[in-house]
Design a protein. Sequence first.
Length: 152
Amino acid sequence: MENKKERIVAAIENGTVIDHIPAEKTYQVASLLGLFDLKTEVTIGNNFASNKVGKKGIIKVSDKFFTNDEISRLSVVAPKVILNIIHDYGVVEKKTVDTPDELRGIVKCNNPVCITNNEPMETVFHVVDKERGICKCHYCDKEQDMAKVKLV
């Protein structure tokens, strides 16, 4: 395989490349996805130049393909990142991570009297404004800024 420019980070045979992560979110994304506990190869690069986000992070994970639940969690921390699915060193699928309309069991309600903070139950949030990153608790109607939420 011939490249016009030398690769800064080695190619992977099979797995997922998470690209265009805002640089300040790179390690949070890795932690959120449990990448520090994996036994497969994980390459984390940060502060690469990017026309899209200024400075970006990139994470390459060998032999790992993320579930829809994992991708939903990722969308809360870093929406609009690009997932590249790799097979035999080639990109077979490319998808932009979009925030779903509903977040189940991902975000903690910041209202101390919300039933989800006082009873053993799953949280449910409706994303009411994707552009501004606003979600609303299904149970108490409290709105939260997704950039400031705590994850379950």
